[in-house]
Design a protein around this ligand. Sequence first.
Ligand SMILES: Cc1cc2nc3c(=O)[nH]c(=O)nc-3n(C[C@H](O)[C@H](O)[C@H](O)COP(=O)(O)OP(=O)(O)OC[C@H]3O[C@@H](n4cnc5c(N)ncnc54)[C@H](O)[C@@H]3O)c2cc1C
Length: 381
Amino acid sequence: MNNDFEIAIVGGGIMGLSIAYNLAKLGVTNTVVLEKSYLASGASGRNGGGIRQQWTTKTNIELMKQSMDRCDSFAGELGVNVWLRQGGYLFLARSQAHVDKLEKSVKLQRDAGLPTRLEKGSYAKKIVPGINTNGVLACAYNPTDGVIFPWPFLWGYSEKYCELGGEVRLRCEVTRIERKSEGFALDTTSGKVNCKRLINACGAWSPEIAALLHVDLPTHPIRHQICSSEPLKACLEPLVSDLQAGLYFSQSMRGEIVGGINLKDEPHTTEMKSSLSFLREYARALTRVMPGYQSLKVLRQWSGPYDHSPDGNPILGEHPDCKDFFLCNGFVGHGFMMAPIVGELYAKHLAKSETHQIFSDFRYARFSENSSVALETFNIG
Ligand SMILES: Cc1cc2nc3c(=O)[nH]c(=O)nc-3n(C[C@H](O)[C@H](O)[C@H](O)COP(=O)(O)OP(=O)(O)OC[C@H]3O[C@@H](n4cnc5c(N)ncnc54)[C@H](O)[C@@H]3O)c2cc1C
């Protein structure tokens, strides 16, 4: 078994696998993905599958326009159906502050060529029959946003990556990292691995991996809960988000209403427990917006960890004081949708030293330099 690699990627979530696949596509195949559990065991297998281009910064809007294209071509390129459904995203604003935020972001989105429209609250009824718009001052709607089914995305990347010559090692936890004169020696639960370059793609567990190299990452985990209902016949086109409540919900291709809500006191942990208070808050907020869902039955409830960063933006690129140690962390609640484009740009960065604005905007050093990037404030949940 080969244990010497050009690049080792720790974390078999969507970020690690997207980088690995895109590297292989560029011909860099002496790589390995080390995953302590199974594919989709982290946040990547636990999310709501929402993909949207409605963001508040130019960078994120542009990134997501490109990521949406990659989602669209994913099935053709990787031969896996990811159940992409572009039913749009509908944001509801109940306060003037939220209306102002939507106004600014819709302008940026329209300038970027997106068909997002800002309308009076009652317009939402045209998009979602049965919605209660009492108290809704305005809404923003982009019909080209959508939802996907997360798991096939991971399977698709993993299978194609292995077909191209890469290797995924499951149940292989990295427990110790030693810095060598060139590269790194890793202890894992299935033996030793050496690599020249190391990528931390561990999502909410990233600070733990960084700490093995005495690197302090300014991200931290926060639990985020979500649930899924019994299936209904197709009745809801967009993903709906009530900004004030921190609520979001959409209908999956199987008919389930899948949604979550931001709870203020969620623990800062990677533990994936569920709470009754989540169901109470979610049900209250959901039935306020959709009174017809009063007797909807919840079939499944689960949680996963958000990987929070101080400015709501990721941390990307080589660590300034730890040569050949690369970071791909801090994606809060939008890492899944960004992975297709971020993985592609990251692979070009590693394989061809190509630079892109995201590697300067989202560099680790911005926190110590006090040179902040535009704060992304449109994280739901
Ligand atoms: C409930 C919920 C809803 C969400 N909804 C959305 C959404 O609608 N749209 C969206 O775009 N994003 C959403 N997100 C966020 C999104 O899921 C994440 O940003 C994204 O999945 C992060 O991917 P990742 O690969 O960085 O991390 P993960 O998927 O968490 O993968 C990290 C992996 O690293 C592994 N690992 C950890 N430590 C080690 C170790 N020592 N050795 C080896 N492996 C290790 C873990 O087992 C894990 O599999 C949601 C998240 C949650 C929790």
